[in-house]
Design a protein around this ligand. Structure first.
Ligand code: GCU
Length: 338
């Protein structure tokens, strides 16, 4: 798989280079940043990235733009992250669990209960006083730089059979993203976690390898999971987070002006994405219902109580506890300033 992707990316680079020469611009002047995404072209992340590319192009007279590869074309997130680290791909949208596998410090941003809402989440994950050190912490070890985050909204459990209460999760195989924390999260709720890449979930649900999964409404609909797991609960167990991860080498190779432009336009990108997110969620709920999905309710207090011990268990260093406290303090949580 990796060899195929590397060959594909190289072939595209040559084709793009020739295209640029043909249109009169010197190939060396044109910089096209390849972005890997595991979402469809209708997902807010694709739309916001596409608009980012247009703004970069406009502001550099066509010299700088993105080439976005959606639908896991360049591989699942674990593989893609390695390709960014190796500077074969320039940028990728990567979910928190994959980053947790590189550094446990990222778990702080992946804990159930760390964010109350999208409105709480977005400013703190772009506040250098809170995340500045974390986002550059993989530069020397993995040559990865985090530019910022995109919300995943609230994640909820959905299943092939209706859940009346958490007790019904016993023995139910729920797909999780591949990290220790995510396995622990579903275990704490009483289910049986099965780690798997995003693109494999539809078939696994359809064939009965999985009994359910957990994700936001937008993914539930864009991935068509509602067709094969029609009961969507309001577990709200996590406000999820994706990162815009860049190859450190690529960033260092940009001119200071282009680097500054990319960073500034990222801010506009996450802000646009946050706006798109709310409307996309409402639309997804409507579409899922039209497609036959049933939305059901679970006891919120019981869910919070089951997940609370995870913060104690997974915050293992003073630096992690300090970041957690700062984030909770931003939500107005008095415990946050402990
Ligand atoms: C969301 C998220 C993705 C992630 C996916 C998953 O869709 O935005 O980055 O890969 O969930 O559950 O794997």
């Amino acid at each position: 798989m990796r060899q195929r992707i590397v060959a594909l990316v190289m072939a595209l680079a040559v084709a793009v280079g020739l295209g640029a020469c043909g249109s009169g611009a010197a190939a060396s002047e044109v910089k096209i940043l390849r972005v890997a995404l595991n979402q469809t072209e209708t997902h807010p992340s694709y739309i916001a990235l596409d608009h980012l590319s247009q703004r970069l192009e406009q502001q550099t007279d066509g010299r700088l733009r993105l080439d976005i590869f959606p639908n896991e074309t360049l591989g699942a997130q674990a593989e893609v992250l390695q390709l960014v680290s190796d500077n074969i791909i320039d940028l990728a949208i990567i979910s928190t669990p994959q980053m947790e596998n590189l550094s446990a410090d990222f778990r702080v941003l992946g804990l159930p209960g760390v964010f109350d809402s999208v409105e709480h989440q977005m400013p703190v994950v772009h506040d250098p006083a809170i995340v500045g050190t974390l986002y550059t912490s993989l530069e020397s070890s993995n040559r990865l730089t985090v530019l910022g985050g995109l919300t995943q909204g609230a994640r909820n459990i959905y299943t092939k059979k209706e859940l009346g209460s958490l007790a019904d999760l016993a023995g139910v195989k729920i797909r999780v993203q591949e990290s220790e924390l995510h396995l622990a999260m579903i275990r704490a709720l009483g289910g049986s976690p099965t780690p798997m890449a995003y693109g494999e979930v539809y078939t696994a649900l359809q064939s009965g390898v999985l009994d359910g999964a957990e994700n936001n409404e937008v993914s539930y609909v864009t991935q068509k999971h509602f067709e094969v797991a029609p009961y969507y609960t309001d577990s709200h167990h996590l406000v999820g987070l994706d990162f815009m991860v860049a190859s450190t080498e690529m960033l260092e190779g940009l001119s200071p002006a282009d680097r500054a432009l990319l960073k500034a336009e990222w801010i506009n990108t996450y802000k646009e994405h946050t706006q798109l997110w709310a409307a996309a969620t409402d639309q997804a709920i409507e579409d899922a219902k039209k497609g036959g999905a049933t939305f059901t309710h679970l006891d919120q207090d019981e869910i919070r109580a089951r997940l609370k011990p995870l913060a104690e268990e997974y915050l293992t260093t003073p630096a992690q506890r300090e970041m957690y406290s700062k984030i909770r303090a931003a939500a107005g949580d008095e415990e946050g300033s402990r």
